[in-house]
Write a protein that binds this ligand. Structure first.
Ligand code: XIL
Length: 365
């Protein structure tokens, strides 16, 4: 009898030990799969990055790469991941994005993946109006998985959906929803999340990126409703990206910026400023005053992100590395605009100095 009792106690003890061990082991197993890619992943100063959009053809221009690596902690391929310019009959041409990813990997920078679903011509699958829903779905989901697999080690965030709303705040994704015959937000976000999770990159944030939503108004309200509705349906949206293409004559006030960033952060979303540039073309300011105003606007945007979103302010990206190669200089004919943080020779401008201190002082996140 004593023996039976003893055997029973031993059995209970062993069972309890096994159960505890299994439970204790679960997180360890999970951590092991998380840690490998994380170790390879790129840290960014204080966990808050200062990024720049990279124009692929400029990578070999004198001083461009050095300025990028010296002053920034993340890159965004400006056009290198857009579908239409890189889609070939045999598959996507990764060469531009790969070259940018190599700079990031070699230099210890993070990479924002821009962008997967966009209704603008650059963002469309060639011939998508003629595709069957099955083909359309396969092309998009294959492309999303391939993008995530290719850059999972270096990614910090992903613009899964770009510019979903028109000026009035209505969703404009009809080319995608028709082609797929399905909810494109749901499909794209879930596909991206699953691909990143499979590689242990639970920390890469998935974003909706929008313009014209820095101040209160109908479009900002519409964006707020959209991201809340998506999340309520279980769609894994982590981050709201605010583009911030501004001009010295027309920028939101700091109070408006704080209110907007706070509103989204209070709902649990991370906030990123994704495409900051400030045109100095002015109807009323002298060139010197415009440069000073440009720095002030950049400071307002970044300090408002830190104040409004706190630790949820995840990063700031400027739309161009140097003035010489910035979008607004290259593609607005007849201008010599100087819209970004570094001058034509890659030297920091007042705008850079106005925000670099704020970022360096930001608490770890
Ligand atoms: C722009 C690029 O900078 C240009 O080179 C290209 O011709 C058009 O697209 N919002 C976005 C970016 O989300 O992808 C756009 O980039 C600028 C506006």
């Amino acid at each position: 009898m004593v023996l039976v009792r003893f055997a029973f106690l031993v059995a209970v003890f062993v069972a309890a030990f096994v159960i505890t061990k299994v439970q204790a082991d679960e997180p360890a197993v999970r951590l092991a799969t998380v840690e490998a890619p994380r170790a390879a992943a790129v840290p960014h100063r204080n966990g808050m990055f200062l990024g720049a959009a990279v124009h692929g053809p400029a990578l070999d221009a004198r001083g461009y790469r050095a300025a990028l690596v010296q002053h920034f902690t993340a890159v965004t391929p400006e056009n290198g991941l857009k579908l239409a310019p890189h889609w070939r009959p045999g598959g996507f041409d990764w060469s531009e994005a790969d070259a940018i990813a190599k700079v990031a990997r070699d230099g210890g920078l993070g990479m924002r993946l821009h962008t997967l679903v966009w209704e603008q011509p650059d963002g469309l699958l060639p011939g998508m109006a003629q595709l069957s829903p099955e083909t359309c779905r396969a092309r998009l989901t294959d492309h999303i998985r391939a993008t995530m697999d290719r850059y999972a080690d270096v990614a910090v965030s992903v613009d899964v959906v770009n510019e979903p709303l028109n000026h009035r705040g209505a969703v404009t994704m009809t080319r995608w929803t028709k082609c797929l015959d399905a909810d494109v937000f749901d499909l794209a976000f879930r596909t991206a999340r699953a691909a990143l999770d499979a590689r242990g990159r639970y920390d890469v944030a998935l974003a909706i990126n929008e313009f014209g939503t820095l101040s209160p108004g109908p479009k900002t309200d519409a964006l707020w409703r959209l991201v809340r509705d998506l999340r309520a349906r279980g769609v894994p949206v982590d981050t709201v990206g605010f583009q911030a293409h501004l001009t010295v004559d027309d920028a939101p006030t700091r109070a408006q910026l704080v209110a907007t960033f706070r509103r989204f952060a209070d709902e649990g979303f991370k906030v990123e400023v994704t495409e900051l540039d400030v045109s100095v073309a002015s109807r009323r300011l002298s060139p010197a005053a415009a440069l000073a105003r440009q720095a002030q606007i950049a400071e307002d945007v970044v300090s408002a992100c830190l104040e409004g979103a706190g630790a949820r302010c995840a990063g700031v990206t400027t739309w161009g590395v140097t003035d010489a190669w910035a979008w607004r200089r290259r593609e607005v004919p007849g201008t010599r605009d100087t819209p970004v943080l570094l001058d034509e020779d890659g030297r920091p401008k007042p705008m850079y100095n106005a925000i670099s201190g704020l970022l360096a002082a930001a608490s770890p996140r």
